[in-house]
Design a protein around this ligand. Structure first.
Ligand code: PLP
Length: 345
């Protein structure tokens, strides 16, 4: 099958770009130095490729992701890097399970649910989960008294990972990791878990990096000049053409939009609505059309209803979660279909 035969919108994963990204990251952060975050793709097939690169531990954001990886035999070392108040489903998993805790309530829930190991989640500057650094030692003592093993600390510098300016990323990561290391001195344990795609080579303090977006990438991370290629696009069909603009059948129900509009190479996206993306076809537009030579883009005025184009999402994680399956492509050939099987909660 080729991309000309697919029902659109269709989520495409470029096999070569993905392979490049996986290999590049595995060379930079081999084995347990990377704990890939599966929330970025929610796909067991892709997690298997990451495991094949040597990363046997995974980071998850939901209980469903933990369950899916355990059922797939990828449960050597699963971290739920998120707080839960009912850990019963985690306690039942046939896997090594570690869960983030940041309060007496989440510690009690872990113990009650039959979880054996925790990380103390520390707020390192992102106003989301995580205890105050000064409380980490006290919480670790409470966890141990509750019968839990404390493997160390985690602290996600999510307010830093997307900063364009590398020098600023370095300085802000250092500040955040100073807080995490101070907490770690009070907590003990072998793990200091932190980081994301934007700080994978900047965060030299963490023992493991939780990057996820690197595998598929998006336009927001592409701005940072990282050595990872955009592997994820949404194939769309042009459904209407007017003077100066055209519309394709891929809107905000097929694209994560919280990082802004998607991109279409060779033109400017005007806006998205539920099932539409509207983009310019004026004088400057030169748009790559599926099935035509990639180095011979069409003038905007030559675009016709029925032409197919690739739309590049601004945020990989929610884009993946909107789709039931991804089609792995090599050029125009569809080589595999992957269910996005870790969706839901
Ligand atoms: C807890 C946690 N760790 C790590 C990440 C890193 O992800 P990314 O690779 O997208 O930077 C995220 C993303 O939001 C996260 O929530």
């Amino acid at each position: 099958m080729t991309t000309l035969e697919l029902t659109t919108p269709a989520l495409l994963v470029d096999a070569r770009a993905l392979q490049h990204n996986l290999a590049t990251m595995a060379a930079a952060l081999p084995g347990a130095r990377l704990r890939p975050h599966v929330k970025a793709h929610k796909c067991v097939a892709l997690a298997r490729l990451q495991a094949a690169q040597g990363h046997r531990g995974f980071t998850c954001a939901t209980i469903r992701e933990m369950e899916g990886l355990a059922a797939a035999g990828l449960g050597d070392d699963l971290l739920l890097a998120n707080e839960v108040l009912d850990a019963t489903r985690l306690g039942r998993l046939d896997a090594r399970v570690t869960v983030a805790v940041d309060s007496p309530e989440t510690i009690a829930a872990a113990a009650r649910g039959g979880v054996r190991e925790v990380l103390i989640d520390v707020n390192v500057g992102l106003p989301r989960c995580g205890c105050a650094p000064a409380d980490a030692g006290r919480l670790a003592d409470l966890a141990r008294r509750s019968g839990l093993g404390v493997r160390g600390v985690m602290g996600y510098e999510g307010h830093v990972v997307g900063l364009d300016d590398r020098a600023l990323r370095v300085a802000k990561t250092a500040e955040s990791m100073e807080l995490l290391r101070a907490a770690h001195r009070e907590v003990g344990g072998e793990l200091v878990s932190a980081g994301g795609t934007g700080t994978y080579d900047v965060n030299t303090w963490a023992t493991e990096i939780q990057a996820g977006s690197y595998a598929l990438m998006d336009t927001a991370y592409a701005r940072l000049g990282l050595p990872f290629r955009q592997a994820l696009s949404v194939l769309a069909t042009v459904i209407s053409v007017s003077a100066g603009y055209a519309v394709a059948d891929c809107g905000l129900k097929a694209l994560g939009m919280d990082h802004g509009n998607p991109a279409i190479a060779g033109t400017k996206v005007w806006f998205c609505s539920d099932e539409h993306v509207t983009f310019g076809t004026g004088d400057e537009a030169a748009i790559a059309v599926e099935g035509e030579a990639p180095d011979a883009p069409k003038d905007g005025s030559a675009l016709r209803a029925g032409d197919r184009i690739r739309v590049w999402p601004a945020h990989v994680d929610p884009t993946m979660a909107y789709h039931e399956r991804a089609l792995v492509v090599s050029g125009p050939q569809v080589v595999e279909t992957w269910p996005i099987d870790l969706r839901g909660w």
